[in-house]
Design a protein around this ligand. Structure first.
Ligand SMILES: [Cu+2]
Length: 567
């Protein structure tokens, strides 16, 4: 078991307020930003880490505490820390160019803000590509009065996608050729196979449509060839959390990847989801869940046997997998599992793009066939590259049970989408529609206005934008303090975008009214329209962007200005 150092320094003070019974804490924390060597067991590189380590720092706060965080920049370039998901004054939010000027080399910047909320969050650099290069850590905030659901063990499980290339190099390569890192381009063999399934003419027509969009049905992940890590450790390095049989274990899942969504499961155990993006939800028992980039989920598992259980994170595009271990003692290794077949995007994932294209000769009756393309992924995987799977010892080669015949439908995926997830054991896969707030955070009231946000892009030039306009050319989105804004997200691209609004909550419309779940990051799948509402309760300038690092850098970013304030 490896604990990250708790970095609470000297002056943790407790004092009693004048007439208050509750003590208020004030903690001071030190974080250094360092150039480090990163070793994944398969490759080494230089990167950036907090407190000199590739093991992510965990900051532990208490709800109601006033924190002072001194951030020392030991890099030769400017840096910043953004407190992802924390509600705080805008000038403490840590986004250079929006909320402050960044932290200069050698400088120690002091953040001060009150901790109003509880739950699992994280922090990361908002400068350049420092976050993909390793600048991320975890935040765990204990609620006043202790955790609502008691567990014997409590672990952060922070996922990332460590690539041998630096973030800056990856972005340059994507700009020069958007499919630079797509190692799964479809071949002539695939075309012949498609032709057998749907006829040559149909297969060729479908191929031409993808070509017209400068997209491929394998464009699920922009960047392949990475090594996924749990808490800074690869499958080989095997991050391990200990338990005694029968204990309840809380896993605080955080996706700190640059671009990778993970499907997470603990084979042999049910996961009870109790929190999403830091907020308590009504418990949902699932076999697997998908965590979009920047999201967090708290799940509780209860390993009953004195054996090693695996925590499996399988990338949404099925190009990489990571295994950590829950074990009754040190040195045990959870089993490995075979990676499932790659999903292929379907015409359904083009949904919103079709309006902009000449589809006049497209026979819509064939859409049904195309929606079935996902099935073809199961046809032949003799050429499937298993090299990413590392140590095969202890691998469970028993085939995955057949997935449920009909994938669950969800309004959060286009009908027939190639991305609709299915649990590896054929059981329950968490969907956004399953999320309900444990307690309403806000009164349910009608929105005062609606703002449409079209997520747009041009794959050929690797430009990502909102409403067809890049960040540099865009006017800020202006909101008024006290209003309740309804955002309508229309994804016109074939990629999923995890949209993150700083400083204010996004209430995800799942049709539950006051019990709609409250998040800081909302995934918008291809071909879908998703609604969120925000109580505009935080004055100042805020960032609003896709959390895929290279989409954000490509222009899918807006400044939000909230004018007015409390009377
Ligand atoms: Cu994006």
């Amino acid at each position: 078991m490896k604990h990250s150092a708790l970095l609470r320094s000297a002056c943790v003070t407790a004092f009693l307020g004048l007439a208050l019974a509750l003590p208020a804490h004030a903690g001071t924390y030190d974080v250094s930003v360092d150039s480090i060597r990163i070793d994944t067991g398969t490759f080494k590189k230089t990167g950036i880490g907090y407190n000199g380590s590739q093991t992510p720092t965990i900051l532990r706060f208490e709800q109601g505490e006033d924190v002072t965080i001194r951030v020392k920049n030991n890099l030769r370039e400017t840096t910043s820390i953004h407190w992802h998901g924390l509600i705080l004054p805008f000038d403490q939010d840590g986004v250079p160019g929006i909320s402050f000027n960044g932290i200069q080399p050698g400088e120690t910047f002091t953040y001060r803000f009150p901790i109003e909320q509880a739950g699992t969050y994280w922090f990361h650099s908002h400068s350049g590509f420092q976050e993909p290069d390793g600048a991320y850590g975890a935040i765990v905030i204990a609620p006043k009065g202790g955790e609502r659901i008691k567990t014997e063990r409590d672990y952060v499980v922070q996922l990332t996608d460590k690539h041998p290339h630096s973030g800056a190099k990856i972005f340059r390569n994507l700009k020069s050729s958007a499919d630079y890192y797509n190692r799964s381009q479809r071949t002539l063999g695939d075309l012949i196979e498609d032709s057998r399934a749907s006829g040559f003419k149909e297969a060729l027509k479908e191929r031409r449509m993808w070509g017209a969009m400068r997209m491929m049905s394998t464009d699920v992940e922009d960047v392949q060839g990475f090594t996924p890590l749990i808490n800074g450790e690869s499958t080989q390095q095997n991050w391990t959390g200990l338990f005694k049989p029968g204990e309840k274990v809380r896993l605080r899942l955080i996706n700190s990847s640059a671009t990778t969504y993970f499907d997470v499961r603990v084979p042999g155990l049910k996961m009870t989801v109790v929190q999403a993006d830091g907020n308590d939800v009504k418990p949902v028992v699932v076999d697997e869940l998908r965590i979009a980039v920047a999201e967090t989920y708290d799940v509780i598992v209860q390993p009953g046997q004195a054996k090693a259980y695996s925590i499996i994170g399988e990338s949404m595009g099925r190009t990489a997998m990571v295994r950590g271990t829950l074990a009754p003692q040190e040195g045990m290794v959870g089993p490995l599992y075979q990676m499932r077949p790659q999903p292929l995007l379907t015409m359904a994932d083009m949904g919103n793009m079709m309006g902009g294209m000449d589809m006049s000769d497209h026979d819509m009756s064939s859409m049904g066939d195309m929606a079935d393309m996902g099935d073809m992924a199961g046809m032949d995987h003799s050429g499937h590259d298993m090299s990413a799977m590392g140590d095969m010892a202890g691998m469970d080669m028993s085939p995955n049970p057949a997935p449920a015949a009909a994938p669950a439908t969800s309004e959060f995926y286009a009908p027939g989408s190639g991305l609709i997830p299915m649990a590896a054991n054929g059981g329950k896969f968490l969907g956004y529609e399953d999320l309900a707030a444990a307690k309403p955070l806000y009164q349910d009231r009608a929105a005062t206005r609606e703002i449409e946000i079209r997520l747009t892009g041009n794959m050929e030039r690797y430009i990502w934008s909102i409403d067809g306009v890049k960040y540099e050319d865009a006017a800020p989105i202006r909101l008024n303090y006290g209003e309740r804004v309804r955002f309508k997200f229309v994804n016109e691209t074939m990629m999923a975008h995890p949209m993150h609004l700083h400083g204010m909550w996004s209430i995800l419309d799942t049709g539950k009214g006051a019990y709609d779940p409250v998040k800081h990051t909302v995934n918008i799948a291809p071909g879908t329209t998703v609604y969120t509402e925000t109580e505009v309760d935080a004055p100042g300038a805020w960032a609003f962007h896709c959390h895929l690092s290279y989409h954000m850098a490509g222009g899918m970013f807006r400044k939000v200005i909230v004018t007015g304030g409390p009377a």
